[in-house]
Ligand binder design. Structure first.
Ligand code: COA
Length: 145
């Protein structure tokens, strides 16, 4: 099990988080477009100030491996996460989500995952999420409690 630390994001983390999302393979995997630097910084400055959004940066061996966040989307509490490519395949997302779910207690919790994103679907299932719905493009998963 990888040893990770979750902490609140700092302004100085943003250039690394920007690079992590500015990656075409990651963006394709998540089926989520990368933001340009300006819109990225504006978006993060906004969500970091928003008390209804819980964000944690994932530290692995002293480096920023990625982040997780939870926010309210219409009536549903959602969760998402993103790792830099060099940190994939080490069990970091599974461990980070497990620890995040111990801190962030709002339930039910929902996640949308592109149907081709097998790794992300697996991360969620390992953490107790179950498939609630499926269409051509994505799975909707739910953690009841
Ligand atoms: C999806 C993502 C978070 C996975 O992170 P990770 O740290 O590599 O995941 P883990 O190492 O914890 O692996 C989780 C499970 O997926 C499996 N897995 C990992 N990569 C895989 C791949 N490319 N294909 C299939 N399975 C994969 C692992 O074997 C593991 O399952 P197991 O424990 O049964 O062996 C990471 O690839 C990422 O950040 N991708 C870009 C952004 C993204 O897709 N975010 C999620 C949006 S919903």
């Amino acid at each position: 099990m990888p040893k990770i630390i979750l902490r609140i994001p700092l302004q100085t983390d943003l250039p690394i988080l920007f690079e992590q999302q500015n990656d075409s393979e990651a963006s394709q995997m998540a089926d989520f477009p990368s933001r340009d630097r300006g819109p990225f910084m504006l978006h993060w400055e906004k969500i970091m100030k928003d008390n209804s959004v819980t964000i944690r940066v994932i530290l692995y061996k002293g480096k920023i491996a990625g982040h997780l966040l939870s926010w309210k989307e219409k009536y549903q509490q959602e969760v998402g996460y993103w790792l830099g490519k060099e940190f994939w395949g080490k069990g970091i997302a599974s461990q980070a989500l497990t620890e995040f779910l111990n801190e962030m207690k709002i339930r039910p919790l929902y996640a949308h995952v592109a149907t081709h994103n097998i790794a992300s679907k697996r991360v969620l299932e390992k953490c107790g999420f179950e498939i609630l719905d499926e269409n051509k493009r994505e799975f909707l998963l739910k953690l009841a409690n």
